[in-house]
Design a protein around this ligand. Structure first.
Ligand code: SF4
Length: 383
């Protein structure tokens, strides 16, 4: 039997994709090996969020070459997938001549049966790609535009997981809460977030993929449907964008005990100046107002977030604004990253990477300590 070794870099979306890639290999008669030296085929499921993530792929290939030179063994077939596919085929072959084949994840498809190692909790992709074009982010280029999976397919997969004994479901998408709304125009929705009447009633009915007319966001309908499936006890979702966190979603979390109280809500910066440069489409005030609205209706909600420090032009005052917002929200967990310019993104083209590595490190250390070591979530939201 031929064997495959799958190396996954990066985020949970890649891990979930690797489960489907393994399912695909298994359906073609391959066994999985955890020892890359023994594999007939090696799949590198790559990440491009920072240069260091791409460097790790290069490091893996260097190790492989060294091993082949020392042993004289035949090179296994190397297949590249994931976010490094934002490079075109020619660029990939120049960067990594050892790559034999490129595998766009769309070819594996949402409905490919996954092989999951975790037996308690299942990751279920509901959408992929992104239409938001935050200036620092490679996702709209690496994964392409947002595409939602048909709701019936998701429900069938969760029913089958429940029959297999899974109780915890993690719904996954780059913009998980904009599920089914890819036609509605992100800028339109960002515009609504700064208004107080931030509800799905504001979505023109012909712009929603699944509801006619739109009375509830499709994501809320999906949560309601899945939570009724016998055996499912807890539903978590990653990652929510602030501009798709409708009032109807807050109401649903408030009344639905199966929905996890942990809400991952990336803020990226607490400075309006930096948020604008990032094209995040909200202000610190509208973000804090959203957190406050959630807390009012879901008092036991706890928040996680993503923050980038050292974005081009970030002054000490901008950073202090971020610190201030972080203290006000009291995040339970924060993934703090140092800005790394990614070729192909708007920020790479438009803004010089003008914050020194030393300052980025200092800001990273301060934020990481405050968010992840001082446990701010025990403190109440400061309005
Ligand atoms: S919302 Fe912004 S940060 Fe998130 S995947 Fe889309 S472009 Fe990237």
């Amino acid at each position: 039997m031929p064997s495959v070794f799958i190396k996954t870099f990066g985020c949970q979306a890649n891990k979930s994709d690797s489960e489907r890639i393994l399912g695909d290999y298994s359906s073609r008669g391959y066994t999985e090996t955890e020892i890359w030296r023994e594999a007939d085929e090696i799949v590198l499921n790559t990440c491009s969020v920072r240069q260091s993530a791409e460097d790790r792929v290069r490091g893996f290939i260097l190790n492989l070459n060294k091993y082949l030179q020392e042993t004289g063994k035949n090179k296994p077939k190397v297949i590249l997938t994931g976010c490094m596919l934002h490079f075109n085929e020619k660029e990939i072959h120049e960067l990594l001549p050892e790559v034999d084949e490129i595998l766009p994840i769309a070819e594996v498809g949402f409905n490919q049966k996954s092989i999951r190692k975790d037996k308690d909790s299942a990751w279920v992709p509901i959408s992929t790609g992104c239409n938001s074009f935050c200036t620092y982010c490679i996702v709209p280029f690496s994964r392409g535009r947002e595409r939602s999976r048909p709701i019936d397919d998701i429900v069938k997969e969760v029913e089958s997981l429940a029959l297999d004994g899974y109780k915890n479901i993690n719904l996954l998408g780059q913009n998980v809460n904009s599920f089914g709304l890819e036609k509605s125009g992100i800028n339109l929705r960002k515009l609504y977030m700064d208004k107080d009447n931030f509800s799905a009633g504001t979505i023109p009915s012909n712009e929603s993929q699944y509801t006619k007319p739109t009375t509830k966001p499709p994501f809320v309908l999906l949560l309601q449907t899945i939570s009724k499936i016998p055996g499912i006890e807890k539903i978590t979702f990653f990652t929510s964008n602030p501009w798709d966190f409708w009032n109807e979603l807050i109401d649903e979390i408030a009344i639905n005990p199966k929905i996890d109280r942990f809400i991952h809500l990336p803020v990226q910066s607490g400075s309006n100046h930096i948020l604008k440069l990032m094209n995040r489409g909200y202000t610190r005030e509208s973000y804090l107002s959203l957190v406050k609205r959630i807390k009012e209706k879901v008092p036991d909600a706890v928040f996680g977030t993503d923050i980038i420090v050292g974005f081009p032009g970030e002054t000490d005052d901008d950073f202090l604004d971020t610190l201030d917002l972080v203290k006000k929200v009291g995040f339970k967990v924060a993934f703090v990253a140092r800005y790394s310019p990614r070729p192909g993104t708007a920020s790479f083209k438009l803004y010089p990477d003008d914050i020194t590595a030393k300052v980025k490190k200092e800001r990273w250390e301060i934020l990481d300590k405050i968010t992840n070591k001082d446990n701010l979530s025990n403190r109440p939201l400061i309005p």
